[in-house]
Write a protein that binds this ligand. Structure first.
Ligand code: AKG
Length: 314
């Protein structure tokens, strides 16, 4: 209780961050580039960028259907991948079927079992294994596969770096959100995510859902749900208030929800601002083995809007 109270004060993590210079130094040249008067360990939020105009990503400006095929990587991809990727600008997601082979998926699942059995798996937020890539070369290599990062780099039109992984054995049942409230960048939009099906996904297991086209909505950041902080203290809203705001946004727009029911080895790539979440798991016995990778683009300020912390690259 007291610990949670302390966490509301920026100083609590600024002191910790002071000793994490190496993990935070990525922001230092970018603060300089954008004229942000901050130390590497200080809190940072969208409020620090209000007077700046961040460049938009290429395919948020021009249509991938017109220009993506000019990319040297594009022609080497299977026809079905090309079709899905061409709609990146319009949809904010792409589905690549059979991306990982049966053997690769078995290797990933065995590795996760091993992490769980050896108690190396870091369970957080209920049922999520966070950052398994820090404990497993196999899983890190899975997210770092050149044939994957080259596609992500093509969509972002810049190099991307794997930042985080999440492993699930069952559904997250997480309400609809955009990743940009958790992993935020300046300029906005420099995050990209991949969802990997580690088994055939059943409708009653709490599959991933997403709203095609919703990435074009304005980004919902702290100010948009009244969560402004003061010099010393974080805003007084909680994550539930953010989720309610997203629900309001969805209710006042007309996006059609889609539910992802992939086969083992299929992947879904999504845009930094695509609204998505986990369906309710209606079968309590169903598993939903899956893995998410989040990547930041190179040379952008990386932080966490909801907690106003700069991102630690550990
Ligand atoms: O897999 C899910 O149910 C949700 C995953 C998600 O929202 C995320 O990783 O950002």
């Amino acid at each position: 209780m007291l610990f949670n109270k302390l966490r509301e004060y920026k100083l609590s993590y600024e002191v910790y961050n002071f000793f994490q210079r190496k993990a935070l130094m990525h922001n230092i040249p970018l603060f300089k580039k954008y004229g942000i008067k901050k130390k590497y360990y200080q809190s940072i939020s969208s409020q620090d960028f209000v007077r700046l105009n961040g460049e938009k990503n290429k395919y948020d400006v021009v249509d991938s259907r017109e220009f993506l095929s000019e990319h040297p990587k594009f022609k080497s991809l299977p026809q079905s991948y090309q079709e899905s990727l061409l709609d990146w600008s319009r949809n904010g997601y792409a589905i690549l079927e059979h991306f990982f082979s049966e053997e690769e998926i078995t290797e990933f699942n065995d590795e996760i079992d091993r992490l769980i059995q050896s108690k190396k798996a870091k369970w957080q937020y209920g049922n999520k294994i966070m950052f398994a890539i820090h404990d497993s070369k196999t899983l890190k290599d899975a997210g770092d596969r050149g044939r994957l990062t080259s596609i992500l780099g093509m969509l972002m039109d810049k190099k991307v770096n794997l930042f985080q992984s999440i492993n699930f054995l069952d559904g997250s049942q997480q309400r609809t959100h955009s990743d940009s409230i958790h992993m935020t960048t300046f300029p906005l939009g420099n995050l990209i995510a991949v969802w990997v099906a580690l088994e055939d996904i059943q409708p009653d297991s709490g599959p991933l859902h997403y709203y095609p086209g919703s990435h074009k909505l304005p980004y919902i950041l702290n100010e948009d749900f009244g969560n402004l902080s003061s010099k010393l203290k974080l805003g007084d809203k909680d994550y539930n208030d953010y989720e309610n705001k997203i629900q309001d946004v969805l209710e006042s727009n007309n996006f059609q929800k889609k539910v992802f029911l992939p086969r083992k080895g299929d992947i879904l790539i999504w845009h930094a601002n695509l609204l998505h979440g986990g369906e309710i798991q209606t079968n309590p016995n169903a598993s939903r083995k899956s893995m998410v990778f989040h990547y930041y683009s190179e040379d952008v300020i990386c932080y966490h809007e909801i907690t106003e912390r700069p991102t630690l690259f550990l």
